[in-house]
Ligand binder design. Structure first.
Ligand SMILES: O=C1C[C@@](O)(C(=O)O)C[C@@H](O)[C@@H]1O
Length: 153
C-alpha cells in the first residue's frame, strides 16, 4: 500500500514567499505544497497538505490522521516554541514525525532555540530553506516504515 504522508504548516506559513524573504526565502507555500505532492507521487506515496493559523485546528487535523497516515512532516511555526497541545496531539496519535524549520532557528532569538517537538521528532530539518521540505519528503518515503494501520478511535 502507498505510504501516506501529511504535511502540516503552522501559523504565518501561508505567507511563505512574501513574509520576511531575507529569512524565509521567496518560495511560496503553494510551491512547497505542489512540489511536495508531485515528489511524493513520483516516489509512489501520497501526500496531503494542511496549513492553519489556529492551534486547535492543527490539533484536530493531527487527530484526524490517526490510523490513516504513516508519517507527518510538520513546521509548527511559532507554535514550535509554545504548544504543548500540538506536541500532545502528535504523541497521542503515535504517528512518527519530522520537525522542519525553513530558517535556522538556532541563529535567531534565544527564545526560538527551544522546541516542544525536537525531543520526540524522528528527525529535525532546520535552516535548509524550502529545500528542507524536499529532504523531508524523500526521507519519510524512503526510510520510514509503514505503520500498522490502526482503526481510528
Ligand atoms: O513561523 C516561524 C517559522 C519557523 O518555524 C521556520 O520555518 O523557520 C521558525 C519559527 O521560529 C517561526 O515562528
Amino acid at each position: 500500500m502507498a505510504k501516506s504522508i501529511l504535511l502540516i504548516n503552522g501559523p504565518n506559513l501561508n505567507l511563505l514567499g512574501t513574509r520576511e524573504p531575507h529569512i524565509y526565502g521567496s518560495t511560496t507555500l503553494k510551491d512547497v505544497e505542489e512540489s511536495s505532492k508531485a515528489q511524493a507521487t513520483s516516489l509512489g506515496a501520497t501526500l496531503q497538505t494542511f496549513q492553519s493559523n489556529h492551534e486547535g485546528a492543527i490539533v484536530d487535523r493531527i487527530q484526524d490522521a490517526r490510523g490513516n497516515t504513516d508519517a507527518i512532516i510538520i513546521n509548527p511555526g511559532a507554535y514550535t516554541h509554545t504548544s504543548v497541545a500540538i506536541r500532545d496531539a502528535l504523541l497521542g496519535v503515535e504517528i512518527p514525525f519530522i520537525e522542519l524549520h525553513v530558517s535556522n532557528v538556532h541563529a535567531r532569538e534565544p527564545w526560538r532555540h527551544h522546541s516542544y517537538f525536537s525531543d520526540k521528532a524522528a528527525g529535525i530539518i532546520i535552516g535548509l530553506g524550502a529545500y528542507g521540505y524536499k529532504v523531508a519528503v524523500e526521507h519519510v518515503v524512503l526510510n520510514f516504515k509503514p505503520l500498522e494501520k490502526k482503526a481510528a478511535l
